[in-house]
Design a protein around this ligand. Structure first.
Ligand code: 13P
Length: 251
């Protein structure tokens, strides 16, 4: 069975004070029979790790360096993320790809660094509006997935978490329809081959309390990657409760 996974990506938001308040507000998710992770900004990772210790909430990072260690000012290594207790790390988020020039090749190296540090990569893939309108959605996703498989192998890809995040749905309020998401997820799972049955496939892009239930109802949506709504404790809690309703998916 694939256990539902809800990840809150806080992006570059918050302060020491607000992070504490948010964690207090979502403490109840620990009682739900799903997996929940939060991705704070780097500077708050250690503090969040201490606060969630023993709660069942998992720690995740928003990105990591493609390098192992050394003279890379400003970078954070996978081993450091493991050292402070991260179990997951996002790789290839579209904001990293578009705003910070992360290429498929670089994302593949980051993916490998995460695995090398014993952290499960959450690979983010997705097309932008122009690519979707041109009918190139699958072409883009296939390229992004294959770039990782070329370096890490399909089996390793199947052991990661894959988040479909269409760029046009991120922070726009324009969610992909459940049918659009399911159509993509099924193709991703088929591409993964025999190992793909156990892979958790998430959806991200304007997920909210209002649309989460119908997303979780899709047979190949195993969880969500939540941006804006993860900063509101009540709404994040509500999304997590709806994930329980989506139940575990057999394979
Ligand atoms: P929003 O939920 O704010 O659209 O962000 C999605 C996202 O980018 C999560 O990684």
């Amino acid at each position: 069975m694939r256990k539902p996974l809800v990840i809150g990506n806080w992006k570059m938001n918050g302060s020491q004070r607000s992070v504490g308040q948010l964690l207090d507000g979502i403490a109840g998710v620990a009682n739900l029979d799903i997996e929940v992770a939060v991705c704070p900004p780097f500077v708050y990772l250690a503090e969040v790790a201490a606060r969630i210790s023993g709660s069942g909430i998992r720690l995740a990072a928003q990105t990591l360096s493609e390098h192992e260690s050394g003279a890379y000012t400003g970078e954070v290594a996978g081993s450091m993320l493991a050292d402070v207790g991260c179990q997951y790390v996002l790789v290839g988020h579209s904001e990293r790809r578009r705003l910070f020039g992360e290429t498929d090749v670089r994302v593949a190296r980051q993916f490998e660094r995460a695995r090398g540090a014993g952290i499960t990569p959450v690979l983010c893939v997705g097309e932008d509006a122009a690519e979707r309108n041109a009918g190139a959605t699958w072409q883009v996703l296939h390229r992004q997935l294959e770039a990782i498989a070329d370096v890490a192998g399909w089996e390793a890809l199947g052991k990661s978490v894959i988040a479909y995040e269409p760029v046009w749905a991120i922070g726009t309020g324009a969610t992909a329809s459940p049918a659009q998401v399911q159509a993509v997820q099924v193709r991703v799972r088929n591409l993964l081959g025999s190992g793909g049955g156990a892979t958790r496939l998430l959806y991200g892009g304007s997920v909210s309390e209002a649309n989460a239930a119908e997303l979780f109802a899709q047979p190949d949506v195993d969880g969500v990657l939540v941006g804006g709504a993860s900063l509101q404790a009540e709404e994040f809690m509500a999304i997590c409760r709806l994930a329980v309703g989506g139940s575990w998916k057999p394979w």
